[in-house]
Design a protein around this ligand. Structure first.
Ligand SMILES: NC(=O)C1=CN([C@@H]2O[C@H](COP(=O)(O)OP(=O)(O)OC[C@H]3O[C@@H](n4cnc5c(N)ncnc54)[C@H](OP(=O)(O)O)[C@@H]3O)[C@@H](O)[C@H]2O)C=CC1
Ligand SMILES: Cc1cn([C@H]2C[C@H](O)[C@@H](COP(=O)(O)OP(=O)(O)O[C@H]3O[C@@H](C)C(=O)[C@@H](O)[C@H]3O)O2)c(=O)[nH]c1=O
Ligand SMILES: [Mg+2]
Length: 295
């Protein structure tokens, strides 16, 4: 199988989870530049993968505002190209999407068929990718996830641990609500969608979009406070304390890209399809922190 973005948060965990499924091809950026459509075509023609897991993306949300063409290539055109190949060769494509496709208003959790209305270039280009995959006719799973973090890679948890060692106080937005999702959970669920089937190359759940996140909800401020609380309990030496993490509204933290306030996503569809109960986000954080904090 072919994993794109194998060096990223999700791609790396996919490499771990799919190691037993057969030959895993996960070329680095150096080996295959995904912005080069011809190189991608040539790679597919040469290796003829039996399954594609597309974990590559342009994920720098603020930078995407000033590099829309790059973001579009990775987030919209690449999935379209992979989906076209998958349709033509009757293989399945797994793709990953984001809470940033939703308009972000209200407080009700989004359903997979809720109206989309991204406010950022990142969200818009990701939506175009989802639409291309959906319309391609290939067998596909699109896992729409949120606030991804891991012991490895660049993410909010790692940023907080670094800042928490350096600073005695921090201001973190408390009015964007969602669920922080470990990359490993995403890879585990992806593997589960394939495992019980007679063929490890065909998913046993219906093609479509599925929300994938832990249960529960919090704000970035709540997430940061929990990171500091748990890290401290693990023996991390932090300059910051949970009590000195100030909650601020989004308007007090201006950024080039606009983020949704409501990133709540209903998990009913995925839980029913796979017959699982997703774990709560605090427990998932403990498992991820244990990987990167020394006792
Ligand atoms: N991060 C998050 O908070 C969220 C992510 N998602 C989605 O989940 C998926 C995985 O995200 P995540 O693992 O966090 O992403 P990362 O940013 O950690 O990884 C992206 C991967 O794409 C690769 N890549 C980017 N551009 C190129 C290129 N031109 N050529 C080759 N490789 C390239 C990167 O390579 P390199 O390592 O060399 O840079 C990296 O391996 C994406 O679809 C993302 O949109 C959804 C919701 C939240
Ligand atoms: C570092 C920092 C961030 N923040 C805010 C900014 C932002 O609203 C929030 C999270 O910061 P980030 O830079 O991690 O946000 P961002 O990169 O937008 O995270 C998003 O990435 C993409 C790829 C996704 O798909 C989303 O699900 C989401 O995870 O915290 C503070 O309020 N204070 C701080 O000191
Ligand atoms: Mg970011």
């Amino acid at each position: 199988m072919f994993i794109t973005g194998g060096n990223g948060q999700v791609g790396f965990e996919l490499q771990r989870q799919f190691a037993l499924f057969g030959n895993v091809l996960a070329p680095t950026r150096h080996e295959l530049d995904l912005t080069d459509a011809n190189a991608v075509d040539a790679y597919l023609a040469e290796h003829q993968p039996a399954l594609i897991l597309n974990a590559a993306a342009y994920t720098a949300v603020d930078k995407a505002e000033s590099e829309p063409a790059q973001a579009k290539r990775l987030n919209a055109e690449l999935p379209a190209q992979l989906a076209e190949y998958a349709a033509k060769h009757t293989i399945a494509l797994v793709h990953y999407s984001t809470d940033y496709v939703y308009p972000g208003d209200g407080e009700t959790p989004w359903q997979e068929d809720s109206p989309t209305a991204p406010h950022s270039v990142y969200g818009q280009t990701k939506l175009e990718g989802d639409q291309a995959v959906t319309q391609s006719g290939c067998q596909h799973l699109i896992f729409r996830t949120s606030w991804v973090y891991a012991a490895r890679g660049n993410n909010f948890m790692k940023t907080m641990l670094r800042l928490g060692r350096e600073r005695e106080a921090l201001s973190i937005v408390n009015d964007q609500i969602g669920a922080p999702t470990p990359a490993r959970l995403i890879a585990q669920v992806t593997a589960l969608a394939f495992t019980p089937h007679a063929s490890p190359l065909t998913p046993h759940i219906t093609s479509g979009i599925y929300h994938l996140a832990p249960r529960g909800e919090t704000s970035w401020h709540g997430f940061a406070s929990e990171i500091f609380k748990q890290a401290q309990a693990l023996g991390e030496e932090l300059a910051i304390h949970s009590g000195t993490v100030n909650g601020i509204p989004t308007v007090e933290f201006p950024t080039p890209a606009q983020r949704p306030l409501n990133s709540r996503m209903s998990l009913t569809k995925l839980e029913a399809a796979l017959g699982v109960t997703l774990p709560v986000w605090q427990y998932q954080l403990a498992l991820t922190l244990a990987e990167c904090c020394e006792a």
